[in-house]
Each structure stands twice: as C-alpha cells, then as structure tokens.
Design a protein around this ligand. Structure first.
Ligand code: HEC
Ligand code: HEC
Length: 355
C-alpha cells in the first residue's frame, strides 16, 4: 500500500477488542516461596501493570516507526521465538554496524535491579529509551519522537486508553515499554512441570544432567540460582585471562578496577535452549560448547570467582577447577538446560508483534 507521493503507508497494529490480561499474568505461587528470590525482597506481584498500558508497550516494542528510518524495532533484535534475544552474535540496527555485545533475552525482568551485561543501567525506566536514541540501534531523536508517533493514526487512542489522555509523551512511552517488559514472564518449561511430578517427565539423560547441574562440584546452581536460574550481581566466569585486552572488560570498563575486569551479569538460564549464541559476545554457538568450556577450559584470571576453584571457597583468583566431565555428563547438562525452555512463552500472542 502506498500513499499518493509514493511513501509506503505504515500498517496498523492488529489488536484484540478486549486487551490481553497482562495485569493478571502473575508468577505461580511457588515463586513466592523461592528462598533465593525472597532474598531479593521476594516478588512484587504485578508492579504497576495495566492491560492497556502493556498493550501500548507491546505496540511500541514492535513498531519500527520508533527508529529514524522506520526499519528497526526493539523486536528486530529481541525476537520472541528466541525468548527476545537474537541469533546473531552481534545484532545490527539502523547503522548497519554490529553492536558491541550479544543481545540478551528479555523475561522475568522484575528480579533484576540493574540492566545490560555490565549492569550500567539502574532500573528499567533508565534503560528503555537508550536503544531508541543510540546511533547504531534506532538513532531516533527523543525530542522528535513524541510528535512523530502522535502523527500516526493509532497512538492517540492507545495513549488515551492507557493514560486517559491522547497526548503522546516520553514519560508515557517509557512507562508503557516498562509495563510490557515486566509482563514478559516465563515460568513454564518441562523443568517446571517436573516440579509437580518429582521429575517423572524428564528422560534419563535430562535427569542425569539435572543432578550434575545441582551437584556440589560443578557449582552451576550457586550462580544460576533459584527458580529464575540467575543472580542479580556480576561475576567473572573465566572466559579470558585479561578481558580488557581481549576487547571487553565488562564492569571493569566502567570502574577501571582490576578486580572488575571481566565481570558480567550472571544471566538467567531460563530459555537458554533458544537463545544461542552464548556469553556477552556470543562466542559459543552451542550449549555443548558452553559445557565443554566449564568442564575443561576456564581461564586462570587473577580475579576468577572463588566458586571455580578446586574446593569452591576462598578468595578469588585461585587456579580454576577442571571438572573433566564425562561425555554423558556433558550431554546431560545440555539436555537439562533444554528443559528450561518455555515453549508457550515464545509463541504467546500477547507478546508477539501486532504488525
Ligand atoms: C539493534 C539491536 C537492538 C535493538 C533495536 C534494541 N536492543 Fe535491547 N539490547 C540489545 C543489546 C546488544 C543489549 C545488550 C547491551 C549491553 O549489555 O551492553 C540489549 C539490552 C537490553 C536490555 C537489558 C537486558 C538485561 O538483562 O540487562 C533491555 C531491557 C532491552 N535491551 C530492551 C530493549 C528495548 C525496550 C528496545 C526498544 C526500545 C531495545 N532493547 C532495542 C540490542 C538491541
Ligand atoms: C561463579 C558463577 C558462575 C558459575 C559457578 C557458573 N556460571 Fe554460567 N555464567 C556466569 C556468568 C557471569 C555468565 C555470563 C558471562 C559472560 O557472558 O561473560 C554465565 C553464562 C552462562 C551461560 C550462557 C548464557 C547466555 O545466555 O549467554 C550458560 C549456558 C551457563 N553460564 C551455564 C553454566 C553451567 C552449566 C554451569 C555449571 C557447569 C555454570 N554456568 C556455572 C556465572 C557462573
């Protein structure tokens, strides 16, 4: 479809007549009891999510009009089928230059206090406008954005539904995007179904992998902890001897401190079966490569997390453990991580592109 000056008309979002019940999509009761998550102040129910606010957020998230040349939306890099991550080691936005880091998945964000691989953004409201203004991502002037969206036929009505006023403004854009992001909740993998049935649903190899994951010597669950399989703080997991020299010092680039060189966010392993490639730079193409790394080639970093030492305690910077896992244990760990894939989340129409 084109208008009379030959400019393609933007398609309209197709939305249900009654909004999806985002405000009701809470976590199962089990999450309230999770001892690890309760250390993080428990879960805050449905923080400030309204069905209309998250609906507006869904449209904004998937709308390429938020970029300078109408070619890139948040969803271009954060793809639902990949739990809102990307399959390229580095995503490409409007500039055509690959970004510096791998695109992380987006779900269960209400447990995170800080964002990005180096945790530089405190809180989602501080994060969501950054990609819009970033020259390589969407390169859209935040000053011009409200008027550009106001001129489209659908935002006035969506703003009126969400906030009672049809004027498009940056605060509302921020608030709606945050509501949508917080509504991205994922808790329905085969692992979760197993919690109710003593894991009778897992195959032999998956069950073996589960025991290796939770076993004391591998320490996987000491960092990828609790029902969300993550920790809010950053750690050094020994990908490099010297990260800054290798090109990305993580938290160390912000603080300049040697003990922060190579500290990166301890990402959630939920949905990790669909978020390849792995690590902050997407260096591993498969989960098997990740497992081989943890088993055989953690690097002797001067501030390597103490949990990777032979006895698992004590100061950082000790020699890395060598798990030398058997072939079966490696395959088991991979199979187990696949049970964390939430296959309904990655197709849920409430989160998909309305365009
Ligand atoms: C061109 C690709 C691209 C686009 C477009 C993009 N992102 Fe991202 N996003 C990334 C990358 C890469 C990172 C990691 C950057 C880093 O850690 O330095 C990221 C990180 C994030 C994070 C932090 C996740 C975490 O666990 O810390 C959130 C939230 C996020 N993006 C939301 C959005 C929203 C909302 C939009 C649209 C307004 C958007 N992104 C557009 C590539 C993109
Ligand atoms: C001391 C904390 C710690 C331990 C123990 C640990 N990890 Fe990690 N893990 C991390 C950190 C930090 C990252 C991100 C590192 C980066 O990208 O630079 C990570 C990344 C990963 C990733 C990639 C996730 C993604 O989306 O890119 C996988 C998979 C993973 N770990 C699995 C495991 C397994 C399996 C074990 C046990 C053998 C384990 N981890 C033990 C801290 C840890």
């Amino acid at each position: 479809m084109e208008d009379d000056v030959g400019v393609p008309l933007h398609s309209l979002p197709s939305l249900p007549s009654t909004p999806y019940p985002y405000s009701q999509m809470g976590f199962p009761e089990r999450w309230n009891q999770d001892p690890f998550l309760s250390l993080l102040d428990g879960i805050a129910g449905n923080p400030d999510i309204t069905d209309e606010g998250a609906t507006l957020g869904r449209v904004l998230f998937h709308d390429a009009q938020l970029s300078i040349d109408n070619s890139v939306s948040c969803g271009t890099c954060h793809r639902q089928s990949r739990a809102f991550s990307d399959d390229a080691p580095a995503s490409v936005g409007v500039s055509g230059s690959p970004l510096h880091r791998n695109t992380p998945g987006l779900f269960n964000l209400q447990f995170h206090t800080r964002f990005f691989w180096d945790l530089r953004a405190p809180g989602l409201p501080n994060q969501v406008l950054q990609p819009i203004g970033h020259p390589d991502e969407m390169n859209m002037s935040l000053e011009l954005l409200p008027a550009k969206l106001q001129a489209l036929p659908y935002y006035g009505g969506l703003f009126a539904d969400a906030f009672g006023d049809s004027t498009v403004h940056l605060t509302g854009i921020t608030d709606a995007l945050v509501q949508f992001l917080l509504s991205l909740r994922s808790f329905d993998g085969r692992y979760d179904q197993g919690l109710d049935s003593d894991f009778e649903n897992l195959s032999e190899i998956e069950a073996l992998g589960k025991s290796v994951f939770f076993r004391g010597d591998t320490r996987c669950n000491q960092c990828h902890s609790g029902l969300n399989f993550f920790s809010p703080g950053p750690t050094i997991n020994g990908l490099e001897v010297d990260y800054e020299w290798a090109g990305d010092g993580g938290v160390g680039e912000l603080t300049g401190a040697a003990e922060d060189d190579g500290k990166f966010k301890t990402v959630s392993l939920r949905n990790v079966g669909v978020t390849a490639p792995y690590m902050h730079d997407g260096r591993f193409a498969t989960l098997r490569e990740v497992v081989d790394f943890y088993s055989d080639s953690i690097q002797p970093h001067p501030f390597l997390d103490g949990r990777f030492s032979e006895d698992g305690v004590g100061p950082s910077g000790q020699a890395p453990y060598r798990l030398a896992l058997t072939l079966e244990e490696r395959e088991g760990l991979v199979a187990f991580m696949h049970t964390l894939t939430d296959s309904s989340f990655i197709v849920n129409p409430a989160f998909s592109s309305p365009f």
